[in-house]
Design a protein around this ligand. Structure first.
Ligand code: PLP
Length: 406
């Protein structure tokens, strides 16, 4: 099947709505992606005809809901190349997945004087939980530099990996710049030194196929809402032996084997990490999103988005006074930019008046903004449902913005 953006667009009801009297141009998929009809109807169908709590009912409806939920676990495992569905833990989002690892593996493995290596281009979600952990445990954070182009400085990172380094936690794709990091190289550097790796895949999974086995990472996290699923379902992948050796995260129902006031024993992985009633319908919806993406093919999606990125970059660079922040060779379809004389928030507001949704601000990456020498940027992030027309609308609106500030 050849990729046809116009056919794809029909699958996303919101894309045919109007915004401020114009066709909506949605360029904020890095914050959260839009949802295809397949996802919306899977959720509605689940609530209309199949809903019950999971893992506990003896009746058929609950058994079926459990089966559907567990089927999604297998689907996710296949989607990201995890060898065993038990390696997939459902959480709310990437943030929760990182906090889970920090609270469990981190508290078990990281002690006084140990080091955690991060990069300057991490999202706050991959900084703050480690800072909190380091403070609790007496460990320290070391930060790998990025170049002026927004590329990870590998030589600097190598120098940071020392005998006290216990963890390398790194994003696969920068949400603020679009830079794609060489994850295979990083995991192999870490493996050679006995260092555990966590890959933040929140911005990679929507754009490229993921194979955690081939990446060679120990943990991988993602948010379903950025991968065309509903909000409320995210994923922590962990290698099985690691997950099995980790203490539980939250305590409560569903994560136990037996409870008495003398003591509690815990359920095996993955239940050990899924206390309480999860967001069942969101997991079901996420499953529908994966099936939808697999039908199109992540490779087709990547290839299409790369052509769109090239087109958008070329057009934007022709706007006088516009500077792209983040010019790595390897980029996902994300363009951060600043415009002479116009503050990013003003750009965002003016574009909103034209029905164009972009993000403006620090993108939850304040250390990176500081490194790049800007307080904030405007960010257009593209998905496979965006078109050249969307890019043209953006360019036209930016030219108008410039006239206003001229
Ligand atoms: N990591 C990266 C690279 C992100 O871009 C984001 C969100 O923008 C997150 C983590 C956190 O995702 P969530 O808010 O879904 O937990």
């Amino acid at each position: 099947m050849t990729f046809d953006v116009e056919t794809v667009r029909k699958d996303f009801p919101i894309l045919s709505t109007k915004m401020r009297g114009r066709d909506l141009v949605y360029l904020d998929s890095a914050a959260s992606s839009q949802k295809p009809e397949a996802v919306i109807s899977a959720i509605s169908d689940f609530y209309s005809a199949h809903y019950a709590n999971i893992h506990r009912g003896v009746y058929q409806l609950s058994a079926e809901a459990t089966q559907r939920y567990e089927d999604v676990r297998s689907l996710v495992a296949r989607f990201i190349g995890a060898p065993d569905p038990r390696e997939i833990i459902f959480v709310r989002n990437a943030t929760e997945a990182i906090n889970l690892v920090a609270r469990t593996w981190g508290e078990q493995q990281i002690g006084n004087g140990d080091e955690i290596v991060l990069t300057t281009m991490e999202h706050h979600a991959n900084i703050v939980p480690w800072q909190m952990l380091a403070e609790r445990q007496g460990a320290s954070i070391r930060v790998a530099a990025v170049t002026d182009d927004g590329v990870l400085d590998l030589e600097h990172l190598k120098r940071l990996l020392g005998p006290r380094t216990k963890l390398l936690a790194v994003t696969a794709v920068s949400n603020a710049l679009g830079t794609i990091n060489p994850i295979n190289t990083l995991t192999s550097l870490a493996r050679d030194r006995g260092i555990t790796t966590l890959v933040d895949g929140a911005q990679a999974a929507p754009h490229q196929s993921v194979d955690v086995k081939a990446l060679g990472c120990d943990f991988y996290v993602l948010s379903g809402h950025k991968v065309f699923g509903p909000s409320g379902a995210g994923v922590l992948y962990g290698r099985l032996p690691l997950l099995e050796s980790m203490p539980p995260f939250l305590g409560g129902g569903d994560m136990i084997e037996s409870v008495s006031f003398e003591g509690t024993t815990f359920a095996p992985v993955p239940q050990k990490f899924e206390a309480g009633t999860p967001d069942i319908a969101s997991v079901i919806g996420f499953g529908a999103a994966i099936e939808y993406l697999e039908a199109i093919g992540m490779d087709q999606i990547s290839a299409y988005e790369q052509t769109l990125l090239t087109y958008a970059t070329e057009r934007l660079l022709k706007i006088p006074g516009l500077r792209i922040i983040g010019t790595a060779k390897e980029k996902a379809a994300v363009i951060s930019f600043v415009l002479e004389d116009a503050h990013p928030h003003d750009i965002g507001t003016i574009l909103d008046g034209e029905g164009i949704a972009i993000r403006a601000g620090h993108h939850c990456a304040q250390p990176l903004m500081k490194r790049m020498g800007v307080p904030a940027t405007a960010r257009a992030s593209f998905s496979f449902y965006n078109t050249r027309d969307d890019v043209d609308s953006l360019v036209e609106a930016l030219r108008k913005t410039q006239e206003i500030f001229a």
